[in-house]
Ligand binder design. Structure first.
Ligand code: ADP
Ligand code: MG
Length: 284
C-alpha cells in the first residue's frame, strides 16, 4: 500500500517521473498520464464575514486509469470538487489542468465542449429526463458533440445492450427499478466514450444487490483503462478503488493508493473493448 502526501502525489515509485514533473510544475504538465491536476484550488461561497470555503487550498493529481473513491462527512466539499473537476462549476481561486490544458479560466462554452467530449456523469438520483425514453436519455450526450440522430440512437442502443437493457429501450424512466435507472445513467455516461467518469454517490439510493451490479459495471469500465472518480459514504465499496481519499473541511485528510501507478489498467482501443465485451458475454 502506498501512502500519498498532499501536494506531491505524482510519479509513484519512479523518481525520474517526479523529477521531471516537479521541474515544470508551475508551467506545463509533462507527464501525459496525469489527467487532472489542481493546485491551490479554493471555492468560496459568500463574501466578507459571511464567506465560507467548500474547498481550501486544494492540491490533487489524478493519473489515467485510477479509480479514486472520495469519502468524508457531509458538507466537506466532495460534490463541489466533483462539479469543478467535471467543469459544471469553477473555483474561486487556484489552478486546474485537464489533460495538461489550463481550464481554470475558460469560457462556459469551452467548458461545455470539453465536458461533452471528455467527461461522463453519474448522479445519486440518476438525473434521467422523465419525458424522454430510455434510448433518448442515453443518446443525449451525443447531441452536444453534434452526432446525427441515427448515429446517436445506434450508439445508445449499443451502450444499453452492454448493460442488458435492450428490451427497455422504449420504456420511460418511471417504468424502471432504481438499479435499472442507474444502469441507464451509466450507459448515458459512457455513450460518448469519455476519458473520465465522475460518480456522486451512485449507489446511495440503491439496495445492496443493485449496488453490487452497478459497482461491477463501474469496475468493468475501469478495467478498460478509464479514469473513475466516485464519491461514496460506503466504506465497503473501497475494495473497487485503486485510491481512497478522505476529505475534511474542504481539504484532503488522507490519501492512500492501494494499487501502484504502474499497475493501473491501460487504455484499450475501441476494437479490443468490443472483443473483450464479446468474450465476457460468451463466458456468461
Ligand atoms: P458534500 O458533497 O461533501 O456533502 P458539498 O460540496 O455539497 O459537500 O458542500 C460543501 C460546503 O459548501 C457545504 O458547507 C455547503 O453548505 C456549501 N455549499 C455548497 N453549495 C453551496 C451554494 N450553492 N451556496 C452556498 N454554500 C454552498
Ligand atoms: Mg455531496
Amino acid at each position: 500500500m502506498e501512502s500519498v502526501c498532499r501536494g506531491n502525489s505524482t510519479g509513484g515509485s519512479n523518481p525520474l517521473a517526479s523529477a521531471t514533473l516537479n521541474q515544470h510544475q508551475d508551467k506545463i504538465i509533462m507527464d501525459n498520464n496525469i489527467v487532472i491536476k489542481m493546485s491551490g484550488l479554493t471555492k468560496r461561497y459568500g463574501y466578507g464575514d459571511t464567506a465560507s470555503f467548500a474547498l481550501q487550498d486544494f492540491d490533487l493529481e489524478i493519473r489515467r486509469g485510477e479509480f479514486v473513491m472520495i469519502m468524508g462527512p457531509s458538507g466537506c466539499g466532495k460534490t463541489t470538487l466533483l462539479n469543478i473537476i467535471g467543469l459544471l462549476d469553477r473555483a474561486t481561486d487556484g489552478e486546474y489542468y485537464l489533460n495538461g490544458e489550463d481550464v481554470s479560466d475558460i469560457s462556459s462554452a469551452r467548458q461545455a465542449r470539453l465536458r461533452a467530449k471528455k467527461i461522463g456523469f453519474i448522479f445519486q438520483d440518476f438525473n434521467l429526463i422523465q419525458n424522454l425514453t430510455v434510448i433518448e436519455n442515453v443518446a443525449l450526450p451525443l447531441v452536444y458533440v453534434n452526432r446525427p440522430r441515427t448515429v446517436r440512437l445506434k450508439a445508445a442502443s449499443n451502450a444499453l445492450k452492454r448493460f442488458h437493457l435492450s428490451e427497455r429501450e422504449y420504456y420511460h424512466p418511471s417504468q424502471l427499478s432504481g438499479g435499472q435507472k442507474q444502469r441507464v445513467a451509466i450507459a448515458r455516461a459512457i455513450v460518448s466514450d469519455p476519458e473520465i467518469i465522475l460518480a456522486d454517490e451512485p449507489t446511495g439510493n440503491l439496495d445492496s444487490r443493485s449496488s453490487s451490479i452497478v459497482m461491477d459495471e463501474l469496475k468493468a469500465i475501469h478495467e478498460e483503462g478509464n479514469t473513475i472518480i466516485m464519491v461514496t459514504h460506503n466504506p465497503a465499496l473501497t475494495v473497487y478503488a485503486t485510491r481512497v481519499i478522505n476529505m475534511l473541511d474542504g481539504q484532503i485528510a488522507t490519501d492512500v493508493k492501494t494499487v501502484s501507478d504502474y499497475n493501473l489498467p491501460q487504455p484499450i482501443s475501441v476494437k479490443s473493448k468490443k472483443r473483450r465485451r464479446k468474450s465476457r458475454k460468451e463466458e456468461k
